[in-house]
Design a protein around this ligand. Structure first.
Ligand code: ADP
Length: 271
């Protein structure tokens, strides 16, 4: 399953992504987290991004697209991923479409978390105040002025993606103002419907490739029934192992962030 969570800062993307990681065993790719890691590590990308991020502006498309392109090639992304914070501009979305088509893949869903902006500002400000009161580190870009700039970057550069994905037929909108559990249930419902509909049609390139492969290869002989039932048993035990893994991940969902098993970043408030 490959999906995008779309919504302004504070809409709850991070929280919902963690829930989906635990539920479906796919990885979460947060470009914000990846960029913050690059800043912390002092890499060339990090040095370029640091000031831009602190101002609440967007890092140039080429940089972010390259980071994502490298990341989705990793073996742990093969089963699927949730993109949180990417794409954030139409050129990024177009680059993602090309990237996926190059791997013979497509998006299964784009879930928009729709929220009320005033309530959002209040939500973030009170969360930041609570973090400060607890003595927890707060992100540089969480000050009220920068927050306004992040919201206006969202409005100007990211919101057009809603129309972009609506045109593609992949957009599904969920009310992000209800309690966290209810948002999660609504997203699950959307995904179940998508799954029922057979998820995304494969890209034309992939279909062409598999047609060519089918023309070359002779059809596989049918699996004899005894072997088939053995395979059935095997895949059942694989499924229960996967469920156990998901259960373990649920106990420590943060560990699955960005699939790196890394530490959660300081100051992320899970949105
Ligand atoms: P938020 O908490 O506002 O949703 P993130 O944690 O996703 O933000 O990202 C923090 C900052 O990282 C953004 O304000 C921006 O500067 C940069 N950033 C993250 N993802 C992208 C992207 N896809 N394109 C450009 N800049 C990005």
């Amino acid at each position: 399953m490959r999906l995008i969570l779309l919504g302004p800062p504070g809409a709850g993307k991070g929280t919902q992504a963690q829930h989906l990681v635990a539920k479906y065993g796919i990885i979460q790719l947060s470009t914000g987290d990846m960029l913050r890691a690059a800043v912390k590590a002092g890499t060339p990308v990090g040095r370029q991004a640091a000031d831009i991020m602190a101002r609440g502006a967007l890092v140039p498309d080429e940089i972010v697209v390259e980071i994502v392109a490298q990341r989705i090639k990793q073996p742990d992304a093969r089963n699927g991923f949730i993109l949180d914070g990417f794409p954030r501009t139409v050129p990024q979305a177009q680059a993602l479409d090309r990237m996926l088509a190059g791997h013979g893949l497509a998006l299964d869903a784009v879930v928009e978390l729709r929220v009320d902006e005033d309530a959002l500002l209040r939500r973030i400000e009170s969360r930041v105040a609570a973090m400060k009161a607890r003595g927890e580190p707060v992100r540089d870009d969480d000050s009220p002025e920068v927050l306004h700039r992040r919201l206006s970057a969202y409005r100007g550069q990211t919101e057009p993606l809603i129309a972009y994905y609506r045109r593609q037929g992949t957009l599904r909108t969920v009310d992000g103002m209800v309690p966290i559990g209810e948002v999660a249930t609504a997203i699950e419902r959307v995904l179940a419907r998508q799954r029922k509909a057979g998820f995304a049609p494969r890209s034309r390139g992939a279909v062409r490739k598999s047609k060519r492969a089918a023309a070359k290869k002779p059809a596989k002989p049918k699996i004899a029934s005894k072997r088939a039932s053995k395979i059935g048993r095997k895949s059942k035990s694989r499924a229960s192992a996967a469920r156990r893994r998901v259960g373990a991940a649920r106990k420590s969902p943060r560990g699955a962030r960005n699939g790196a098993g890394g530490k959660p970043r300081a100051g992320k408030r899970g949105h």
